[in-house]
Design a protein. Structure first.
Lengths: 313, 259
C-alpha cells in the first residue's frame, strides 16, 4: 500500500538560524494509522507539522502526502488534509455554525451564502446532526466566544472533518484541557476514526495518550531518536524488572546468590527479568518477602530514558 | 468558482467581525467625530472667516478620506496579527489560491471601511455639513477607489513586516505623518519644498484630494480647496494600486512560505 505520508531527508533551517530545526529526518505513515510525533519543546515537532501542512516550506528533502508532492501539488495536499492547530483557530466573533459554514465554503463544498437559512438542505441537515453530536442543539447559533475550552476543541475537530480529509493533523490537541474534556475528546476521535478510517498524525506532550498509537516517532534537536510501535520503542530501552525486599536481607542476598539470580541493591533488590517470568523467580525464593513490586515500562519511561541518553551525548 | 466563493466568504467574514465587535465599532466612530466636530468646529469659528471656505466641510471631506484609507490599510495589516492565533491559520491551510486570500482580504476590509464611510456621512448630515445626494454618490465612488488603493498599500507594508511588534509601529511612522502631509486637517496648497516632496509621496494625499475634487465639483470653493483634478488623482491611484498589488501579492505569497 502507498504510504499516506512519505518524508525523505527533510531538512528545515530557519533564516538566520545557526542549526537545522529539522535535521534530515525520514519516515512513513501508512493509511489508517494513528501516528504520534513526540519530543521536548523545541525538538522540531511543530516545524515538521507546519511543513507537512503546507504552511512552511522545507529547506530540502521530499515529502508526499496522500500521493501528492508537497511542493508542486500543495492545493491537492490541502484538500486532502485536516488540521487542528496548537492554538484555537476558531473565529470567536462568529457562531459555531458560521465557523463550520466558512470552512465548508473554503474547501469548495458549498457556494457562498450570507445566511444559514439560504444554505442547501443537505448542509442544514448535516449541521443539525453535528450539533446533536456536540450536544449543543441550541448553542450552534451562538458566538463561539461563549463556549468552554473542551467544546471549542470538539468544534474544531468536527469542523476539520467536514471536508472528509484522508489525513488529520493534530498539534497538541489536548493541551490546556481538563482531564475530563481530554478523555471525551479522545473518545470522539476514536469514534470518528472508526467511522471514516481517517489517518491521524498527532504531536503531544501527554505520553499516556501516545501509548495507544500504532507508531511513534520521537524526535530531539531535529533528529529522529526512536521510531516504531510503542512496544518496540519501550522494548529497546527499558527492561522489565522485579523489586523485592525482606526483613532478613542477608538471608535473601545469600539465597539469590545461591540460586544464580543476578541482582543489584537499589536499596531494594532489583532483578532484571530478561524474558523470565516473575512468577518463576518468586516461586524459587524461600525467604519471606516484605516487598514485591513488578516494574513494567511505560512509554514515559522509554521517553525519559531516551532523553537522558541524549543529554549525555 | 470555488475561489470566488472563497473571496466572498472571506470578505463577508471581515464585515461580520467588524459589525459584531462593539468596542471597535464605537472607537472607529469616536475619532472622526472628534476630528470633525471638535477640530473642524473650532477652526471654523476662529479662522473660517479669513480662509474663504467652510472649514468644517473641508475637514469633513479630509476625515472621510483619511478614515477609509486608514481603516483599509490597517485592516490588511491585521492579517499579521491573527496569523498565529485565529481563523487566519485556517484560511492559510485551506485549498484556495493565495491570490484569493489577498483579494478576499482587500474586499473585506474595503467593506468595513465603507461601512465607516456611511457613518461619517450620516454624522456630517447631523452636524450640518451641506451635502447633496449627488455629492453623496460621488463620495461613494471616491470611497471605493480609496479602499482598493489603501488595501493594496497595506499589502505592500504587511508583506515587508516580520512580526506583531513592527505592526504596532506602522501607525506612528506610516499613518500619522500622512494626516498632515496629505492635508486632512490643514490646507497644503502652499508648502515648503521639503514638505512638498514628502506630501507628494504620501499615498493618502491622493485619496484626500480625490475625495475633495469629487465633493467640491462645480462649487465656487473648488479652485481654493482642490490640488489637482479627479483624473490626475485617479491615474496616480490606479498606477499605485496596480504596482502595490502586484508587488505586495508577490512578496506576501513568497513570505508566507519562506519563513
Amino acid at each position: 500500500m502507498q504510504p499516506i505520508i512519505e518524508v525523505k531527508n527533510l531538512i528545515k533551517r530557519y533564516r538566520k538560524a545557526e542549526r537545522n530545526a529539522v535535521d534530515d529526518i525520514s519516515f512513513e505513515v501508512q493509511p489508517g494509522e494513528l501516528f504520534a510525533l513526540l519530543g521536548p519543546n523545541g525538538a522540531g515537532k511543530t516545524t515538521t507539522i507546519s511543513i507537512l501542512t503546507t504552511t512552511l516550506s522545507a529547506t530540502s528533502g521530499r515529502v508526499k502526502i496522500a500521493g501528492y508532492d508537497l511542493e508542486r501539488e500543495s492545493g491537492a495536499v490541502r484538500q486532502n488534509i485536516g488540521i487542528i492547530f496548537q492554538n484555537p483557530s476558531l473565529d470567536m466573533n462568529l457562531t459555531a455554525e458560521e465557523n463550520i459554514r466558512f470552512h465548508a465554503i473554503l474547501y469548495g463544498q458549498y457556494p457562498f451564502r450570507p445566511a444559514f437559512s439560504m444554505m442547501p438542505k443537505i448542509y442544514k441537515d448535516h449541521v443539525h446532526e453535528l450539533a446533536s453530536v456536540l450536544g449543543l442543539d441550541d448553542d450552534i447559533f451562538k458566538p463561539v466566544r461563549t463556549f468552554s475550552g473542551g467544546m471549542k476543541r470538539k468544534l474544531e475537530i468536527i469542523r476539520s472533518l467536514m471536508h472528509r480529509p484522508r489525513l488529520l493533523f493534530l498539534d497538541e490537541p489536548t493541551a490546556g484541557l481538563d482531564p475530563q474534556s481530554r478523555i471525551a475528546l479522545w473518545e470522539y476521535l476514536k469514534q470518528a476514526r472508526k467511522e471514516s478510517g481517517t489517518t491521524i498524525c498527532l504531536t503531544t506532550h501527554y505520553l499516556e495518550e501516545a501509548e495507544e498509537v500504532d507508531r511513534v516517532c520521537i524526535i530531539n534537536r531535529g533528529k529522529i531518536v526512536s521510531y516504531g510501535t510503542p512496544q518496540e520503542v519501550m522494548a529497546n530501552l527499558i527492561d522489565e524488572y522485579l523489586l523485592i525486599d525482606a526483613d532478613d536481607r542477608k538471608r535473601l542476598q545469600a539465597e539469590l546468590t545461591g540460586l544464580g539470580i543476578t541482582f543489584s541493591e537499589t536499596p531494594l533488590f532489583k532483578i532484571g527479568l530478561n524474558g523470565q517470568s516473575a512468577h518463576q523467580i518468586l516461586k524459587s525464593i524461600e525467604t519471606p518477602l516484605t516487598v514485591v513490586r513488578l516494574h513494567l515500562p511505560t512509554l514515559e519511561d522509554a521517553y525519559l530514558a531516551i532523553m537522558g541518553q541524549e543529554e549525555h551525548a | 468558482m470555488h475561489n470566488l466563493n472563497a473571496i466572498a466568504a472571506l470578505a463577508y467574514r471581515d464585515l461580520l467581525k467588524f459589525l459584531r465587535d462593539r468596542p471597535r465599532l464605537i472607537s472607529t466612530f469616536i475619532f472622526p467625530f472628534i476630528f470633525i466636530v471638535a477640530m473642524g468646529g473650532s477652526l471654523q469659528a476662529n479662522l473660517g472667516r479669513n480662509i474663504g471656505y467652510d472649514f468644517l466641510t473641508f475637514i469633513f471631506t479630509g476625515v472621510f478620506a483619511q478614515t477609509l484609507f486608514q481603516s483599509a490599510t490597517l485592516g490588511i495589516i491585521s492579517i499579521i496579527d491573527d496569523r498565529e492565533n485565529d481563523f487566519s491559520q485556517e484560511i492559510f491551510v485551506s485549498p484556495i489560491s493565495r491570490y484569493a486570500i489577498v483579494f478576499g482580504k482587500i474586499a473585506g476590509e474595503s467593506l468595513v471601511a465603507l461601512a465607516q464611510g456611511v457613518a461619517i456621512v450620516i454624522l456630517g448630515v447631523i452636524i450640518g455639513v451641506p451635502i447633496s445626494l449627488p455629492q453623496m454618490a460621488m463620495l461613494g465612488v471616491a470611497g471605493v477607489a480609496i479602499c482598493l488603493f489603501a488595501g493594496a498599500f497595506g499589502l505592500v507594508i504587511v508583506a515587508n513586516m516580520k512580526n506583531r511588534r513592527s505592526a504596532d509601529q506602522i501607525f506612528n511612522f506610516v499613518m500619522l505623518p500622512q494626516f498632515f502631509l496629505a492635508g486632512v486637517f490643514a490646507p497644503i496648497k502652499v508648502l515648503p519644498i521639503y514638505l512638498e516632496v514628502l506630501s507628494r509621496i504620501s499615498p493618502m494625499r491622493y485619496a484626500v484630494d480625490l475625495t475633495r475634487s469629487c465633493f467640491y465639483a462645480g462649487l465656487s470653493e473648488y479652485p481654493s480647496v482642490v490640488l489637482a483634478g479627479p483624473e490626475y488623482n485617479l491615474v496616480v491611484m490606479g498606477i499605485g494600486f496596480s504596482a502595490f498589488l502586484v508587488a505586495g501579492t508577490f512578496l506576501f505569497v513568497r513570505n508566507e512560505l519562506n519563513r
